[in-house]
Structure formats: C-alpha cells, structure tokens
Design a protein around this ligand. Structure first.
Ligand SMILES: Nc1ncnc2c1ncn2[C@@H]1O[C@H](COP(=O)(O)OP(=O)(O)O)[C@@H](O)[C@H]1O
Ligand SMILES: [Mg+2]
Length: 350
C-alpha cells in the first residue's frame, strides 16, 4: 500500500461553545491569554500549516499544553476543527460523512498510546487482534496476521501472556503490534514512548525505525524529547501555544533555530548525530583525498570512519560514488561543538 501525505491547512481549534466567533480575532492577533481571560475560550491551535511527508515520520514537538495532542487528534477527527482542513490523499477528513469517517479511522489510521491501552483480561495475541475483531475478520485469519507482527516486534513466545506479565517496554511493543496488525497507512503515536525508561525508549525507537525502513507508513509521532525527535523525524514541527514556530528537518532546526525558545532546546543536542557532511564539505580541489564518505553521513559517523581508517581527510561521494566535496577531521570536530550560524548551503535552500 502506497502511503499518502497528510496536509494540514490553516487549522484553528478554539475550545469553547463559541469558538468560531473568535477565529477572526485570533487571526488579527488575539493571544491565547487574552482569549482565555476575556472570553473563557481556550486557543488550542492557530493557523497550523504542515505538510506531513508520505511514508515518512513527522514529529510534532513542544512542551506540555502546546497543542500536540489536539493536533494529532484532528488527523483522525477525534477533534473537529474550528476552521481549516486536514487533507489525506486530497480528501478533507473534516468533511467526511459518518460512514467514510468510520472507514477512514478503521482502515487508514491506527493509534499507539502512551498508556498502552491494553485490555487486562485479554492475552497478548487477543489484544493484538482486537481491531480486526471489531472489523469482523475471522479469528483464524486475524491470529495469523497478528502472529507475524508479534514476532516482528520481538514478542514471539509471549502470545498467551497477559499484559500485567509484561514490562512497560514489552507492553508498548504490543501496542505497536496491534497498530501494525490493523494494516493502517497512518500511525498516530501520541507520546507513545514518553513513559518508558530511557534505554527501553531508545530500543523502541530502533524497533520503529527498522520497521519503517520496510513499511514506510505515514507516521505522526509526538514527543517532548528533542533527541527522540531528531532520531525519528524525517521532518519536525515545533509547537508553542498552539502555533508552529519552526518546521523542517532536524538538521535545519539544529543549525538555524528560529528563536530563543528553540535555541534553548537545541543547545544540549549531540550535533554530531544531526549535522551531515554536506553541511561542512568544501568543493573538491584536485584529486579526492582519503576515504570516501557518502552524502548524508552524519559527522559523528564520518569522524569514526576516518579515525578507524587513520586519516584526517576524506572526500564526499554521491550514492553512485561520484566525488562531490572534501572534508577534514578538524572541521568536523569543530562543527560538532560550535554552532554554525551562517551556513551558505542552508541559506541557499531558504
Ligand atoms: N477539551 C478541551 N477543552 C478545553 N481546552 C482544552 C481541551 N483539550 C485541550 N485543551 C487545551 O488546549 C491546549 C493544548 O492542549 P494539548 O493539545 O493537550 O497539549 P499537549 O498535548 O501539547 O500537552 C491546552 O491549553 C489545553 O489545556
Ligand atoms: Mg498531549
């Protein structure tokens, strides 16, 4: 199944009985605080425009209360917008009739929750087939499908256990297996990993990345953790007070944080894992020196390759092996520790 992009356009959500009346005032500058104090309405989202990559991971990041859950819940319309559109494959989810919406939710979307939402009296496999059961798919077929996903998420042998016999990380694997068993194109993950211990969390990120290489679902992943966002996100949007304050690739955000708030976020980041060799390479002059490093390689990996090869310079090549630039260890190391403020190739991309 080919994945489709999700386009969020001019989306507003104002919680309260007369939300619609306030959209225009928010458009001309009424703040969340004013709306709340003067009119008792809550500004959930304002003018959200995000194009989520088809078959990629879209990360939505922000502090608690910034509107992340409100946004993700618009995608399967657990929340109706006050204004705006959510397009999937060109169709506005917000305008679907009841039937189409039910079909869309069942067949196109699956949610993975932070609290796992497993049914305690059902075994792992019974939990995993729950969605298929609701769709009326015969038990034998459901179980066959579920079994494959249970194995893929590393839970072979636990099919007949109950949720309380599993650790948090394993329960989250069940949540993922259940979502995958539904065979939905869109995976909606609202802080799915936030309750896990750091090491388990990184394991679960790896599980998702490995699956994603092959499945290429359209994943919307919410987190308030920047490391997680950078590791998983093909694209990242950062929300504050219901507004997108920056969106782009992890590298774009780390290299050019849009404001103080994001600068504070990215300060602690391991830049070597985010910035890639393209950003710092120089044009080739003369013959390529040292080992070849493929475009897109992050600095940390390039530095390791060069160190292992005992070389201080390298040349950057395309996937077809064509040399396109040169790098040296000193520049790599300094880029890993010093913020780059004026990067020509990024400016050109703007
Ligand atoms: N049903 C609701 N009624 C009123 N306000 C709400 C409702 N749901 C969320 N909000 C408010 O909308 C804002 C965004 O909330 P939320 O999307 O849950 O943030 P996040 O998921 O980023 O923590 C918050 O100010 C929250 O209090
Ligand atoms: Mg939330």
């Amino acid at each position: 199944m080919a994945s489709h992009a999700i386009e969020v356009k001019n989306l507003y959500k104002i919680f309260g009985p007369r939300g619609r009346e306030f959209v225009d005032r928010v458009k001309v500058g009424m703040t969340k605080g004013e709306l709340n104090e003067r009119h008792g309405h809550v500004l959930g989202l304002q003018n959200i425009n995000i194009s989520m990559p088809a078959g990629g991971v879209m990360v939505v990041m922000g502090l608690s209360g910034s509107g992340k859950s409100t946004l993700i819940r618009h995608i399967n319309r657990l929340i109706d917008p006050t204004a705006g559109e959510v397009l999937y494959d060109g169709v506005d989810v917000c305008k679907m009739n009841e039937n189409d919406l039910r079909e869309f939710r069942r067949h196109k979307t699956a949610m993975v929750f932070q609290k796992f939402a497993l049914l305690p009296h059902r075994t792992i496999i019974e939990n995993t087939i729950y969605g298929l059961e609701i769709q009326g798919i015969p038990d034998s077929e459901s179980r066959k499908r579920a079994q494959g996903w249970i194995e893929r998420v590393g839970l072979k042998g636990f099919e007949n256990h109950y949720p309380n016999q599993l650790s948090g990380g394993m329960q989250q694997r069940v949540g993922l297996a259940r979502a995958l068993t539904n065979d939905a194109d869109i995976l909606l993950m609202d802080e799915a990993y936030s309750a896990l211990d750091p090491l388990i969390r990184v394991d679960m990120q790896t599980v998702l990345l490995d699956l994603q290489k092959e499945l290429k679902k359209t994943v919307v992943f919410i987190t308030h953790d920047l490391d997680e966002a950078l590791r998983l996100g093909d694209k990242i949007a950062i929300l504050r007070d219901g507004k997108v304050i920056q969106q782009g690739t992890g590298q774009e955000i780390v290299l050019k944080p849009a404001d103080e708030y994001i600068t504070a976020f990215v300060k602690e980041v391991n830049r070597g894992r985010v910035i890639n060799v393209e950003t710092i390479m120089k044009p080739l002059s003369g013959n390529p020196e040292g080992i070849p490093v493929v475009l897109g390689t992050v600095l940390e990996v390039a530095a390791r390759m060069m160190t292992v090869a005992n070389q201080t310079s390298a040349h950057v090549v395309t996937v077809d092996g064509k040399p396109v630039g040169s790098i040296d260890l000193a520049t790599i190391i300094s880029a890993m520790v010093t913020p780059i403020s004026h990067e020509p190739s990024l400016q050109a991309a703007e």
